[in-house]
Design a protein around this ligand. Structure first.
Ligand code: PBG
Length: 331
């Protein structure tokens, strides 16, 4: 129950907004560098930082350069770096075998980062889309995305990432039963300390467009992802997904996209009280950047405000392409 409060003029709510000192004192939520997970794109080659047109300021790093980026991120205090591979078209196949190749880009980058910057946590993505000839997160049979055979492949992919040294494995595929299958396999393989951050409430969203450019999946994708990603009109279903993933062995859960789904973040956190994260996705980043480049909004202020909103909504942390900029702004 809310306590009874005084009314005007005993209560002048502007009193606590009068100076930066008092405002700082009463601020309820804060954004800190330790809240940040930095998603990065990795590609083949050496000495490469290749700009991504639809994501101004974001590049694809070759493995040597992503190690440098990880060092800088660690120096800035960013606790986690999250890897997404830009896979050569020649390596995309129907059987997606590159997904569990111990020498694939993600696994090589993980080993290189863990060798050079052991204290930054590496997060990896589990889903078949970077390796799939048709751009889907699961196998396609007769035009349908099949669940159980996909889960078997995701388990192999997750195990190869754990073997490479990933600290956090993030299944983003939205197949049913994958968290339980991956958890069982990790335990059996002696990876009992590998954490799972499930993309539990991942929506079929128009905000992933620039990401699909970044990983080279836009051209490949046939159809949409609506038979496995969530309907943007649904909220209760997100809670069922989170509950299911927690029962199957997820340590942390994620809501994705972020800004249009803050209500889901709040419901997840208040219902389960578990480590809750949001992904401020590529399209959200691109919107803020594009408006700022046009001089329509102050990009730095919008960046901080958007991220503080996630904290207010109940998130413990945020995956954001702004991570290094935020870290510098907060330093
Ligand atoms: C795919 C995946 C996607 C993103 C992360 N993992 C795109 C999709 O589901 O099509 C999107 C991230 C972003 O937009 O920043 N498994």
């Amino acid at each position: 129950m809310r306590p009874k409060v005084a009314s005007f003029p005993a209560a002048r709510l502007r009193r606590t907004r009068q100076s930066s000192a008092i405002r700082a004192l009463v601020q309820e939520n804060t954004l800190s560098v330790s809240d940040l997970i930095w998603p990065v794109f990795v590609r083949d080659g050496e000495g490469i930082e290749e700009p991504i047109e639809s994501m101004p300021g974001v590049v694809r790093y070759s493995v040597d350069r992503v190690v440098e980026a990880a060092k800088q991120a660690h120096d800035l205090g960013i606790p986690v770096i999250c890897l997404f591979p830009y896979t050569d078209a020649a390596l995309k196949t129907e059987d997606c075998a590159e997904a569990w190749n111990p020498e694939n880009l993600t696994n090589r980058a993980t080993r290189a980062i863990k060798a050079a910057v052991p204290d930054i946590a590496v997060m990896t993505d589990v889903a078949l889309d970077p390796y799939n000839i048709n751009g889907h997160d699961g196998f396609v049979e007769n035009g349908e995305i099949v669940n159980d055979r996909t889960v078997e492949a995701l388990v192999k992919q997750a195990l190869s990432q754990a073997d490479a040294g990933a600290d956090i494995i993030g299944p983003s595929d939205m197949m049913d039963g994958r968290i339980g299958a991956i958890r069982t396999a990790l335990e059996a393989a002696g990876h009992q300390d590998t954490t799972l951050m499930s993309y539990s409430a991942k929506y079929a969203s128009a905000f992933y467009g620039p990401f699909r450019d970044a990983v080279g999946a836009s051209g490949a994708l046939k159809g949409d992802k609506k038979t496995y990603q969530m309907d943007p009109g649904n909220g209760d279903e997100a809670l069922r997904l989170v509950e299911r993933d927690l029962q199957e062995g997820a340590d942390m859960v994620m809501v994705k996209p972020g800004m249009p789904y803050l209500d889901i973040c709040t419901r997840v956190k208040s219902t389960f009280g578990i480590p809750t994260f949001a992904y401020q996705v590529s399209g959200e980043y691109a919107m803020i950047k594009a408006a700022a480049q046009n001089g329509w909004i102050d990009g730095d202020k919008a960046m901080i405000e958007s991220l503080l909103a996630f904290k207010r909504a109940g998130c413990d942390g945020i995956l954001t392409y702004f991570a290094p900029d935020v870290a510098k702004a907060l330093a």
